[in-house]
Design a binder for this molecule. Structure first.
Ligand code: C2E
Ligand code: MG
Ligand code: MG
Ligand code: MG
Length: 287
């Protein structure tokens, strides 16, 4: 293809590559400053118990309020953060904020009900020897219950699971922290992870949920995964649930929890606080 275009084509390609590299370097510089300047924001999306409609937890999802480009979602900066190691301070900020928030909700709106604050963890972090102690230190400092925290790790992260990662997960699980496999079914899904007891929750990827109510094969795949989840004594959360029909199918198949636009998009802290408070009042009034 480049042959016909001659030298100009190659130069164009190189300058495009150069521009992309420059853009990433600049984004990394901006992100470094953003983490310390308070440009990161948190959104929370509810995780709902399918049988009762109760909010059983939330997932913390980071946003970057960029001074020029506006509100950025993780797909616009996480890969740069991972390549530059900035994902460690970034996830540190997210962990700190989420743990402080769940401790606050526990003492105000949650009462004694079961609740899980889900936080996404990057692979870099999981391989750091200090990670488990860092999480436990943050929990202790905020007087948050380890059982109120669930760390989400992706299959790809567990794929190269080394001794260090296994040790960290074991230590956290022993302290009562939950561990979920995120985006299950989107990559190299392995029964090994389910069996090894290093995780307690499986989040079924959105790609397996989308066609659930129209494609009989998708339905059988979801049923098979939920069968494995049950066989290993794990808990399932379906991601990306957008229609009541999907929710009904999942519930019928024995999936306990769901997350998706059907119940709400990720919202600001204040909005989620109001939502949780309203739910608590309704529960007390027996509604
Ligand atoms: P994830 O952990 O799988 O998070 C779920 C993503 O799906 C979120 O996108 C959420 O807004 C979106 N989503 C939820 N329900 C629906 C639905 O019904 N339909 C559709 N189409 N989408 C839905 P978001 O917030 O853009 O995050 C994208 C990914 O970025 C996350 O995927 C997670 O892997 C990563 N991420 C988010 N926050 C953090 C963080 O604090 N640290 C790290 N390391 N990664 C993060
Ligand atoms: Mg996640
Ligand atoms: Mg996910
Ligand atoms: Mg997913």
């Amino acid at each position: 293809v480049a042959k016909g275009r001659g030298r100009g084509g190659i130069e164009f390609f190189e300058s495009t590559m150069h521009a992309t590299a420059l853009r990433r370097v600049r984004l990394a510089d901006e992100l470094r400053a953003a983490i310390t300047d308070g440009q990161l924001q948190m959104r929370y999306q509810s995780i709902v118990e399918l049988g009762s409609g109760r909010i059983a937890g939330v997932e913390a999802l980071v946003r970057w309020q960029h001074p020029v480009r506006g509100l950025l979602t993780p797909d616009q900066f996480i890969s740069v953060a991972e390549d530059t190691g900035l994902v460690v301070p970034l996830d540190g900020w997210v962990l700190e904020t989420a743990i402080a928030q769940v401790a606050k909700w526990r003492s105000t709106v949650l009462g004694g009900s079961d609740f899980g604050m889900h936080v996404n963890i990057s692979p870099l972090e999981l391989r750091s020897p200090a990670f488990a102690d860092d999480v436990l230190e943050r929990l202790g400092r905020h007087r948050a219950a380890p059982g109120d925290l669930v760390l989400e790790v992706t299959e790809t992260q567990l794929l190269g699971e080394d001794a260090q990662t296994a040790l960290a997960l074991e230590k956290l699980r022993a302290a009562g922290v939950g561990v979920a496999i995120d985006d299950f079914g989107s990559g190299y899904s392995s029964i090994g992870y389910m069996r090894r007891q290093s995780v307690d929750t499986i989040k079924i990827d959105r790609s397996l949920i989308t066609d659930l109510d129209t494609d009989p094969q998708q339905l059988r795949v979801a049923a098979a995964i939920l069968g494995l989840v049950e066989a290993f004594g794990l808990t399932a959360v379906a991601e990306g649930v957008e229609t009541p029909a999907q929710a009904a199918r999942l519930h019928a198949l024995g999936c306990r929890y769901g997350q998706g636009f059907l119940w709400g998009r990720p919202v600001r802290t204040r909005t989620m606080s109001d939502h949780l408070r309203a739910r608590a009042h309704a529960a007390r009034a027996g509604r």
